[in-house]
Design a protein around this ligand. Structure first.
Ligand SMILES: C[S@@+](CC[C@H](N)C(=O)[O-])C[C@H]1O[C@@H](n2cnc3c(N)ncnc32)[C@H](O)[C@@H]1O
Length: 177
């Protein structure tokens, strides 16, 4: 009986350790692709980001690192055709489920992919919730790929040299010159 309890305790510890390792890998995985961790944008920030974009019906938007699809859903509800790239396949599956539950399968789309490898030249609107180490490369990507007039809304971090056209509560709107 005592031996059984010891075994059960060891199994319990093993499961806890496994959950811990999976959690750590979950957070570290995007760094392999020069990305940031999965921190969903809050409801308040999403409202600000959508407001700053001033979306016109049918405009195309892309979320660089779409997570569980929160921003995609908000962009689609505001009238955009919303596309997202997400490196974590589990989050892609979750985002697809959330989009389906929101009934937005015809206006919000998420793909498993590395945002640095995707050309974003055809989009009217860009949203991203990045991390500090990504900002130089993001600015270079925007400089190289975006057409004039494209709106970029970034949550929390500023681009190194572009001047924001508007800023509200650490949400920055840029319009490509
Ligand atoms: C801070 S979360 C933002 C999630 C979502 N956009 C939102 O606002 O709720 C950043 C997301 O980018 C994803 N990511 C990180 N590096 C990426 C890459 N290179 N390509 C695509 N997605 C990436 C992460 O897995 C994570 O889900």
């Amino acid at each position: 009986m005592e031996l059984l309890l010891v075994y059960l305790f060891l199994i319990f510890l093993g499961v806890i350790a496994l959950i811990f390792v999976v959690k750590i890998l979950w957070y570290l995985y995007p760094f392999l692709f020069w990305g940031g961790i999965d921190v969903p944008t809050t409801k308040e920030k999403i409202e600000k980001m959508v407001k700053l974009l001033d979306i016109k019906l049918g405009q195309t938007a892309v979320d660089l690192g779409a997570g569980e699809g929160r921003l995609l859903i908000a962009l689609a509800k505001a009238g955009a055709k919303a596309y997202g790239y997400e490196i974590n396949p589990f989050l892609v599956a979750r985002a697809k489920k959330n989009i389906k539950e929101a009934g937005l399968e015809n206006s919000a789309f998420v793909y498993c992919g590395n945002m640095w490898k995707e050309n974003i030249k055809d989009f009217d609107l860009i949203v991203v919730f990045p991390m500090l180490h990504m900002m130089n490369n993001l600015e270079k990507k925007f400089e190289k790929e975006l057409k004039q007039g494209t709106k970029v809304v970034i949550n929390y971090f500023k681009l190194p040299t572009w001047k924001p056209n508007m800023a509200e509560d650490n949400v920055y709107l840029y319009i490509k010159k």
